[in-house]
Design a protein. Structure first.
Length: 271
Protein backbone atom coordinates (compact mmCIF):
# COMPACT_ATOMS: atom_id res chain seq x y z
CA UNK A 1 0.00 0.00 0.00
CA UNK A 2 1.18 3.53 -0.77
CA UNK A 3 2.24 5.46 2.37
CA UNK A 4 -0.42 8.08 1.53
CA UNK A 5 -3.51 5.87 1.05
CA UNK A 6 -6.72 7.43 -0.21
CA UNK A 7 -9.54 6.00 1.89
CA UNK A 8 -13.18 6.54 1.08
CA UNK A 9 -14.92 6.68 4.44
CA UNK A 10 -18.59 6.98 5.35
CA UNK A 11 -18.76 7.77 9.04
CA UNK A 12 -22.01 7.54 10.93
CA UNK A 13 -23.13 11.06 11.85
CA UNK A 14 -24.84 11.42 15.22
CA UNK A 15 -28.45 12.54 15.17
CA UNK A 16 -29.17 16.15 16.02
CA UNK A 17 -31.37 15.09 18.94
CA UNK A 18 -28.45 13.43 20.77
CA UNK A 19 -25.73 15.97 19.89
CA UNK A 20 -23.93 17.60 22.81
CA UNK A 21 -21.23 20.20 22.14
CA UNK A 22 -18.79 18.76 24.69
CA UNK A 23 -18.13 15.66 22.61
CA UNK A 24 -14.37 15.37 23.23
CA UNK A 25 -13.76 13.92 26.71
CA UNK A 26 -16.74 15.94 27.95
CA UNK A 27 -14.45 18.98 28.14
CA UNK A 28 -15.28 22.41 26.81
CA UNK A 29 -11.84 23.65 25.73
CA UNK A 30 -10.96 20.47 23.81
CA UNK A 31 -14.41 20.15 22.23
CA UNK A 32 -14.68 23.74 21.02
CA UNK A 33 -11.12 23.60 19.73
CA UNK A 34 -11.90 20.55 17.61
CA UNK A 35 -15.22 22.01 16.46
CA UNK A 36 -13.43 25.19 15.37
CA UNK A 37 -10.87 23.08 13.53
CA UNK A 38 -13.62 21.06 11.83
CA UNK A 39 -15.41 24.20 10.68
CA UNK A 40 -12.14 25.73 9.47
CA UNK A 41 -10.95 22.77 7.42
CA UNK A 42 -14.29 22.41 5.64
CA UNK A 43 -13.36 25.66 3.86
CA UNK A 44 -9.56 25.42 4.02
CA UNK A 45 -9.25 22.02 2.38
CA UNK A 46 -11.03 22.95 -0.89
CA UNK A 47 -8.60 25.89 -0.96
CA UNK A 48 -5.69 23.48 -0.40
CA UNK A 49 -6.82 21.23 -3.25
CA UNK A 50 -7.22 24.13 -5.69
CA UNK A 51 -3.91 25.70 -4.66
CA UNK A 52 -1.96 22.46 -5.05
CA UNK A 53 -3.55 21.52 -8.36
CA UNK A 54 -2.72 24.95 -9.78
CA UNK A 55 1.02 24.28 -9.38
CA UNK A 56 0.97 20.59 -10.32
CA UNK A 57 2.41 21.22 -13.82
CA UNK A 58 5.34 23.10 -12.29
CA UNK A 59 6.46 20.07 -10.27
CA UNK A 60 9.25 18.24 -12.08
CA UNK A 61 9.57 15.24 -9.75
CA UNK A 62 7.16 12.41 -10.75
CA UNK A 63 7.18 10.94 -7.24
CA UNK A 64 6.24 14.29 -5.71
CA UNK A 65 3.51 14.76 -8.34
CA UNK A 66 1.91 11.50 -7.28
CA UNK A 67 2.16 12.49 -3.61
CA UNK A 68 0.47 15.82 -4.36
CA UNK A 69 -2.35 13.99 -6.13
CA UNK A 70 -2.82 11.66 -3.16
CA UNK A 71 -2.58 14.55 -0.71
CA UNK A 72 -5.34 16.38 -2.58
CA UNK A 73 -7.53 13.30 -2.69
CA UNK A 74 -7.11 12.75 1.06
CA UNK A 75 -7.99 16.39 1.72
CA UNK A 76 -11.08 16.14 -0.48
CA UNK A 77 -12.30 13.22 1.63
CA UNK A 78 -11.67 15.22 4.81
CA UNK A 79 -13.77 18.25 3.99
CA UNK A 80 -16.65 16.15 2.64
CA UNK A 81 -16.84 14.20 5.89
CA UNK A 82 -16.48 17.33 8.03
CA UNK A 83 -19.29 19.05 6.15
CA UNK A 84 -21.62 16.25 7.24
CA UNK A 85 -20.64 16.57 10.91
CA UNK A 86 -20.57 20.38 10.79
CA UNK A 87 -24.21 20.36 9.69
CA UNK A 88 -25.09 18.79 13.04
CA UNK A 89 -23.08 21.40 14.94
CA UNK A 90 -24.54 24.34 13.01
CA UNK A 91 -28.10 23.06 13.41
CA UNK A 92 -27.58 23.45 17.15
CA UNK A 93 -27.88 27.21 16.63
CA UNK A 94 -25.07 29.61 17.50
CA UNK A 95 -25.81 33.33 16.99
CA UNK A 96 -22.96 34.91 15.06
CA UNK A 97 -21.30 31.68 13.97
CA UNK A 98 -22.65 31.72 10.41
CA UNK A 99 -21.31 35.24 9.94
CA UNK A 100 -17.86 34.23 11.20
CA UNK A 101 -17.81 31.28 8.81
CA UNK A 102 -18.81 33.56 5.94
CA UNK A 103 -15.86 35.85 6.74
CA UNK A 104 -13.59 32.81 6.60
CA UNK A 105 -15.08 31.81 3.25
CA UNK A 106 -14.36 35.28 1.91
CA UNK A 107 -10.74 35.04 3.11
CA UNK A 108 -10.09 31.88 1.12
CA UNK A 109 -11.87 33.27 -1.93
CA UNK A 110 -9.63 36.34 -1.76
CA UNK A 111 -6.51 34.19 -1.38
CA UNK A 112 -7.46 32.24 -4.51
CA UNK A 113 -8.31 35.31 -6.56
CA UNK A 114 -5.73 37.85 -5.43
CA UNK A 115 -2.67 36.11 -3.99
CA UNK A 116 0.21 34.38 -5.77
CA UNK A 117 0.89 30.64 -6.04
CA UNK A 118 3.84 31.21 -3.71
CA UNK A 119 1.58 32.75 -1.06
CA UNK A 120 -0.96 29.95 -1.37
CA UNK A 121 1.56 27.10 -1.20
CA UNK A 122 3.30 28.88 1.69
CA UNK A 123 -0.05 29.17 3.48
CA UNK A 124 -0.77 25.48 2.94
CA UNK A 125 2.66 24.53 4.26
CA UNK A 126 2.22 26.85 7.25
CA UNK A 127 -1.03 25.10 8.12
CA UNK A 128 0.40 21.61 7.57
CA UNK A 129 3.42 22.40 9.77
CA UNK A 130 0.97 23.08 12.59
CA UNK A 131 -1.42 20.19 11.99
CA UNK A 132 1.33 17.59 11.85
CA UNK A 133 2.47 18.58 15.32
CA UNK A 134 -1.04 18.90 16.73
CA UNK A 135 -2.11 15.60 15.14
CA UNK A 136 0.78 13.70 16.70
CA UNK A 137 0.02 15.31 20.08
CA UNK A 138 -3.71 14.59 19.87
CA UNK A 139 -3.22 10.96 18.82
CA UNK A 140 -0.69 10.41 21.61
CA UNK A 141 -3.12 11.83 24.17
CA UNK A 142 -5.77 9.20 23.26
CA UNK A 143 -8.41 11.94 23.50
CA UNK A 144 -10.38 10.41 20.64
CA UNK A 145 -10.57 7.04 22.43
CA UNK A 146 -11.51 8.58 25.79
CA UNK A 147 -14.53 7.02 27.46
CA UNK A 148 -16.30 10.38 27.54
CA UNK A 149 -15.66 11.14 23.85
CA UNK A 150 -18.65 10.78 21.56
CA UNK A 151 -17.63 7.79 19.38
CA UNK A 152 -18.64 9.14 15.96
CA UNK A 153 -16.85 12.46 16.45
CA UNK A 154 -13.88 10.65 17.98
CA UNK A 155 -13.56 8.37 14.94
CA UNK A 156 -13.85 11.30 12.51
CA UNK A 157 -11.06 13.30 14.11
CA UNK A 158 -8.85 10.28 14.75
CA UNK A 159 -9.00 9.36 11.05
CA UNK A 160 -8.34 12.95 10.01
CA UNK A 161 -5.36 13.31 12.36
CA UNK A 162 -3.93 10.01 11.11
CA UNK A 163 -4.03 11.21 7.51
CA UNK A 164 -2.46 14.53 8.49
CA UNK A 165 0.47 12.47 9.73
CA UNK A 166 0.51 10.31 6.58
CA UNK A 167 0.77 13.28 4.21
CA UNK A 168 2.86 15.47 6.55
CA UNK A 169 5.78 15.90 4.11
CA UNK A 170 3.94 16.84 0.93
CA UNK A 171 3.30 20.58 1.34
CA UNK A 172 6.80 21.09 2.78
CA UNK A 173 8.38 19.24 -0.15
CA UNK A 174 6.31 21.17 -2.73
CA UNK A 175 7.24 24.51 -1.17
CA UNK A 176 10.93 23.56 -1.04
CA UNK A 177 10.81 22.20 -4.62
CA UNK A 178 9.18 25.31 -6.11
CA UNK A 179 10.34 28.20 -3.92
CA UNK A 180 12.73 27.25 -1.12
CA UNK A 181 12.98 30.62 0.65
CA UNK A 182 13.24 30.06 4.41
CA UNK A 183 12.23 33.58 5.43
CA UNK A 184 9.08 33.59 3.29
CA UNK A 185 8.15 30.13 4.56
CA UNK A 186 8.57 31.29 8.19
CA UNK A 187 6.38 34.32 7.45
CA UNK A 188 3.67 32.12 5.96
CA UNK A 189 3.79 29.78 8.98
CA UNK A 190 3.04 32.79 11.15
CA UNK A 191 0.25 34.05 8.89
CA UNK A 192 -1.48 30.68 8.37
CA UNK A 193 -1.31 29.53 11.96
CA UNK A 194 -2.47 32.91 13.29
CA UNK A 195 -5.38 32.79 10.84
CA UNK A 196 -6.40 29.36 12.14
CA UNK A 197 -5.92 30.29 15.82
CA UNK A 198 -8.04 33.42 15.50
CA UNK A 199 -10.90 31.51 13.88
CA UNK A 200 -10.86 28.77 16.55
CA UNK A 201 -10.75 31.38 19.32
CA UNK A 202 -13.71 33.22 17.80
CA UNK A 203 -15.71 29.98 17.46
CA UNK A 204 -14.92 29.06 21.06
CA UNK A 205 -16.18 32.43 22.31
CA UNK A 206 -19.37 32.25 20.25
CA UNK A 207 -20.23 28.65 21.08
CA UNK A 208 -19.31 28.71 24.74
CA UNK A 209 -21.46 31.78 25.38
CA UNK A 210 -24.51 30.11 23.84
CA UNK A 211 -23.93 26.74 25.48
CA UNK A 212 -23.43 28.13 28.99
CA UNK A 213 -27.01 29.37 28.78
CA UNK A 214 -28.21 25.96 27.58
CA UNK A 215 -26.07 23.59 29.64
CA UNK A 216 -24.52 25.62 32.43
CA UNK A 217 -20.97 26.49 33.46
CA UNK A 218 -19.61 23.13 32.27
CA UNK A 219 -19.42 24.82 28.85
CA UNK A 220 -17.37 27.74 30.15
CA UNK A 221 -13.79 27.89 28.86
CA UNK A 222 -11.68 29.45 31.58
CA UNK A 223 -8.96 32.04 31.09
CA UNK A 224 -6.42 29.47 32.25
CA UNK A 225 -7.57 26.98 29.61
CA UNK A 226 -7.42 29.66 26.91
CA UNK A 227 -3.90 30.63 27.95
CA UNK A 228 -2.81 26.99 27.85
CA UNK A 229 -4.12 26.58 24.29
CA UNK A 230 -2.49 29.84 23.20
CA UNK A 231 0.87 28.84 24.67
CA UNK A 232 0.72 25.37 23.10
CA UNK A 233 -0.11 26.95 19.75
CA UNK A 234 2.73 29.46 20.00
CA UNK A 235 5.20 26.70 20.84
CA UNK A 236 4.17 24.73 17.74
CA UNK A 237 4.24 27.92 15.66
CA UNK A 238 7.75 28.76 16.84
CA UNK A 239 8.95 25.20 16.20
CA UNK A 240 7.57 25.22 12.66
CA UNK A 241 9.36 28.53 11.94
CA UNK A 242 12.82 27.29 12.88
CA UNK A 243 15.33 27.11 9.98
CA UNK A 244 15.96 23.47 10.89
CA UNK A 245 12.27 22.45 10.85
CA UNK A 246 11.35 19.54 8.63
CA UNK A 247 8.33 17.22 8.92
CA UNK A 248 10.65 14.43 7.75
CA UNK A 249 12.27 14.57 11.20
CA UNK A 250 9.12 13.81 13.20
CA UNK A 251 9.25 10.60 15.20
CA UNK A 252 6.12 8.53 14.60
CA UNK A 253 4.79 6.47 17.52
CA UNK A 254 4.43 2.73 16.86
CA UNK A 255 0.63 2.93 17.12
CA UNK A 256 0.38 4.86 13.84
CA UNK A 257 0.80 1.70 11.75
CA UNK A 258 -2.00 -0.10 13.62
CA UNK A 259 -4.26 2.95 13.32
CA UNK A 260 -3.60 3.10 9.59
CA UNK A 261 -4.61 -0.54 9.21
CA UNK A 262 -7.73 0.03 11.32
CA UNK A 263 -9.08 2.80 9.10
CA UNK A 264 -8.04 1.08 5.89
CA UNK A 265 -10.04 -1.96 6.98
CA UNK A 266 -13.05 0.23 7.79
CA UNK A 267 -12.93 2.19 4.53
CA UNK A 268 -15.33 1.61 1.68
CA UNK A 269 -12.32 1.55 -0.62
CA UNK A 270 -8.59 2.25 -0.41
CA UNK A 271 -6.36 3.34 -3.26
Amino acid sequence: MHPIPVRRMNFEVPEQAVFHPLYIMGRAAASYHMTGLGLYVALLEPFIVQSMRRVLKQIRDPRLKEEVDRFCRQEAQHYRQHERFNAVVLAHGYPGLDQRIETLRQDFTRFLEQESDRFRIGFVEGFEAYTTQSALSALASRMFDHRATQPQFGALFQWHMLEEVEHRNVAFDVYRHLYGSYLFRARMCWIAQKHLARFIADCTTIMSAADVVRYGDVCQVTSRQRRKLVIEGLVMRARSMLPSYSPHDHHLPPGIAALSEKFSAAAGSVN
